[in-house]
Design a binder for this molecule. Structure first.
Ligand code: SF4
Ligand code: SF4
Length: 64
């Protein structure tokens, strides 16, 4: 089954916990000026670590 991460942008506060937590450095990009995250879901392994780490419940992992 193919699973990948999804970001609810409106919940994100730019804390970068997901960036520090994800074992793949190519999934998350942080835009310093906007304090926003973008997600390259095709690189996600679906491990769920970022879902647990995010304090704003902005991340989820689902089949897609
Ligand atoms: S589920 Fe795992 S691999 Fe995917 S973005 Fe989150 S921490 Fe990275
Ligand atoms: S951990 Fe959650 S709130 Fe923090 S930057 Fe990542 S998605 Fe945004």
């Amino acid at each position: 089954m193919y699973v990948s991460v999804r970001l609810a942008e409106e919940k994100c506060n730019g804390c970068r916990m997901c960036v520090f937590t994800c074992p793949d450095p190519n999934v998350f990009n942080f835009y310093k000026d906007k304090k926003k995250i973008s997600v390259n879901a095709s690189r996600c392994k679906g491990c769920g670590l970022c879902v647990v780490a995010c304090p704003k419940e902005a991340l989820s992992v689902s089949a897609g």
